[in-house]
Unconditional design. Structure first.
Lengths: 316, 316
DNA sequence: TTGTATGCGTTATCAA
DNA sequence: TTGATAACGCATACAA
C-alpha cells in the first residue's frame, strides 16, 4: 500500500507537505506541488479512507433512511440510490441503507432521508448530525425534490394546448407538501385559462383509480384529460378507460407523474412528467456533503425541473 | 464519544481486555467479561469503525457492482440491495454502489457482483479481493441464487396438476446458467410425465412475447399453459392472449418467474415463481463477509428455494 | 512556506 | 489470562 510517507520520500518533502497539497493546496508553493503531484501519479497513490476518517473524527459514511414500507416501495428508489451513491463516491463516502427509525445513528457523518411524512417531524428534530431530506417539506428541513408544481403546470398546459376540453386531476389522498404542490400547479394553470379545476383524491393504488373510472364512467364526456399525481394512478385510469373501450388518446388523455419504470410498463405507454431521480440523488449527496463541510449550516431547498415525456396516452 | 479506554477505566481493566472481550471472548475469564459487558452497557459504548478499520488494515466497505445497464435494470435490484445492506450492517460494513467495470477497486474489502455475463469472466478473474456473485454461474465463482431449476420444476408440476394439456416454455434468449437451469426444470419435469416439452426463446421484453402470441395465435389450442422464464415475458403473453379474448386462466394459463413488482402490476395478476430476493441479498453479504474472514477461501454455491405464488393467471 | 511532534481509537505483539 | 507498547495512515498544532 502506498502511503503519504512513500509519496513524501519520492518527492523529497515531508509528509505534511503532501497532506497539504491534498487538503490545503493554497499553502504550498507551485514548485513543490508539481513534485508532489508527479510522485502521487508515479506511485498511483490512493489515500487511505479509514485513516483519514480516524484523524478527522469522521466515518466517511452517510446513512440513507427509507422511512416508507419497503414492500410498497416505488422502483424509483433504485435510481435515487444510484444517484446518491455516485454523489457520495465523488468524495470517497460510502453508504449505509437503513429502513427503520429506531436505528443506530452513530458511525456516520450525516443522513439522507426519504419517505418522511409529517409525523416524522419530531424524530427529524432530534437528529444530531447534518441531514438532507429527499422530498419537499414545509418544516424548514433542507431538501431536494422535483419542482412538483412546475411539473403539473407543464402537463396541464400541454393538455390544454392539445384541446382537451375538460381536465380532471387525480390526486393522492395524503396531506403532504409534494401533493399540495402538484395540485397547486394544476389549479393555478386552470384558473389562468379560466377553466374549472376538478380534483378527485384517492390512495396511490392503480386498482383504486381503475375502480374510480368504473364507478364514474358516465360523468366524463369525450375530450377529457386526466392529469394524475402518479404513474400508478394513471395506469389504473388507463385500465378503467380501456375497459369501457374508450379511445386513448383521441377521446381521453391520461398524464402520469414520475416517469420511472411504471410509465413504460403501461399499455398504451404513458405520457408522464419525468422526474430526474438520479440527478436528484446526486444533488442530495452533494448538498449533504457540503452541509457537513460547513459544519451543518442550512442549505435551503433545491427544486429540479422535470421533463415532459409525451407518449401514447396523450395527443401529440 | 465513548472509547475502549473509557470502558476499560469503568471496568477496572486494561483496554486490551475490553478489546479481547469483543474480538476474542474465549481468552477472557467469565468474571472479567461480566464486568466489561456491564461497563459497555452502562456507557453505551459504540466501537469506532474507522479506528477498527485502520488497525485491521481494512476499510469496512464492500463494493456492489451492477454490471447491467441501469435503465434496463429490474426493480428487484432494490430488494437485493436492501438484503445486502442488512447483511453488511450486522458486521458494521458500509456499501459502495458501482455501475462500471472500469472502477476503482481500492478502499474496499471485497465485492458483490451482479449482472455478470459470460464475457465478464476475464474481469472477474483479475479481481484481487474476495468476491461473491449474485446469480448462478458455472465457472466456479462463489455465488448465491434462487434454485432456478427447482422453481420451474414446481411451476411445471403445478400446471400439470391443474390439467393443462399442453405446456409451452417461453425462455429468455441468452446463454446463461440461470436460463439453462430454468429450462432444465421444465424439460425434466415434462419428460417425467411423458409430455413433449416445447420451448421458444426471445429477448426479455414484454412486447416481444406479446408479438409472439399475435404471430402464433393459431398454434395454441385451448388448455395450454405458458411457463415463462420471467414475469416480463409473462406480462406480454397475458397481453397477447387478452388481445385475442382468450379466457385466462380457464383456457390458457400463464406462469411468470421473479415475483418482484411486475407480477403485481400485471392485469390479471400473475401466478409466479417468487424469488426471495431480499434474503438472497442478505446471504450474499454473509457469504462475502465470511469469505473475507477466512482470507478468501472458497464458499461454493448457495441455492435458495423459491416460492410458488398462485394468482389469477393460473387455475386454482 | 515547510517540517516535527503528537494524537485519533483500535488491534497485534510480546512480556509478565 | 492479562497488560504495556507500538503501529495502522493521516491531520492538527506548533515550531522553524
Amino acid at each position: 500500500m502506498i502511503t503519504l510517507s512513500d509519496v513524501a520520500k519520492k518527492a523529497n518533502v515531508s509528509k505534511m507537505t503532501v497532506s497539504r497539497v491534498i487538503n490545503h493546496p493554497g499553502q504550498v508553493t507551485d514548485e513543490l506541488k508539481q513534485l508532489v503531484f508527479a510522485a502521487m501519479k508515479d506511485l498511483d497513490y490512493r489515500p487511505n479512507v479509514a485513516a483519514k476518517a480516524l484523524a478527522n473524527n469522521r466515518s466517511q459514511v452517510i446513512k440513507f433512511f427509507i422511512l416508507e414500507d419497503i414492500d410498497t416501495t416505488e422502483p424509483y428508489y433504485m435510481n435515487l440510490l444510484f444517484g446518491i451513491a455516485k454523489g457520495l463516491d465523488e468524495k470517497q463516502y460510502a453508504l449505509q441503507l437503513v429502513t427503520s427509525r429506531n436505528y443506530d445513528l452513530g458511525n456516520s457523518d450525516g443522513y439522507i432521508i426519504t419517505g418522511a411524512r409529517a409525523k416524522d417531524q419530531e424524530w427529524l428534530d432530534r437528529l444530531e448530525k447534518p441531514a438532507v431530506v429527499f422530498g419537499e417539506n414545509r418544516y424548514g428541513y433542507d431538501f431536494v425534490d422535483t419542482d412538483n408544481k412546475q411539473g403539473t403546470t407543464m402537463a396541464t398546459e400541454y393538455a390544454i394546448a392539445k384541446n382537451y376540453q375538460s381536465l380532471v386531476f387525480i390526486g393522492i389522498d395524503v396531506k403532504e407538501a409534494f401533493e399540495y404542490s402538484r395540485e397547486a400547479g394544476f389549479i393555478n394553470t386552470m384558473q389562468q385559462h379560466q377553466m374549472i379545476p376538478k380534483i378527485y383524491r384517492m390512495a396511490n393504488h392503480s386498482h383504486l383509480s381503475e375502480q374510480f373510472i368504473n364507478d364514474n364512467w358516465q360523468k366524463f364526456a369525450r375530450n377529457t384529460a386526466f392529469i394524475c399525481a402518479s404513474d400508478r394512478l394513471a395506469i389504473g385510469i388507463v385500465r378503467g378507460l380501456a375497459h369501457h373501450d374508450a379511445a386513448i388518446p383521441n377521446d381521453f388523455g391520461v398524464f402520469g407523474f414520475d416517469g420511472v419504470f411504471l410509465d413504460q410498463v403501461s399499455n398504451p405507454k404513458l405520457a408522464t412528467v419525468k422526474q430526474p431521480i438520479q440527478e436528484i440523488g446526486r444533488l442530495c449527496a452533494r448538498m449533504l456533503l457540503q452541509k457537513i463541510a460547513q459544519s451543518g449550516s442550512p442549505q435551503g431547498e433545491l427544486l429540479v425541473t422535470p421533463e415532459l415525456v409525451i407518449r401514447d396516452s396523450m395527443r401529440k
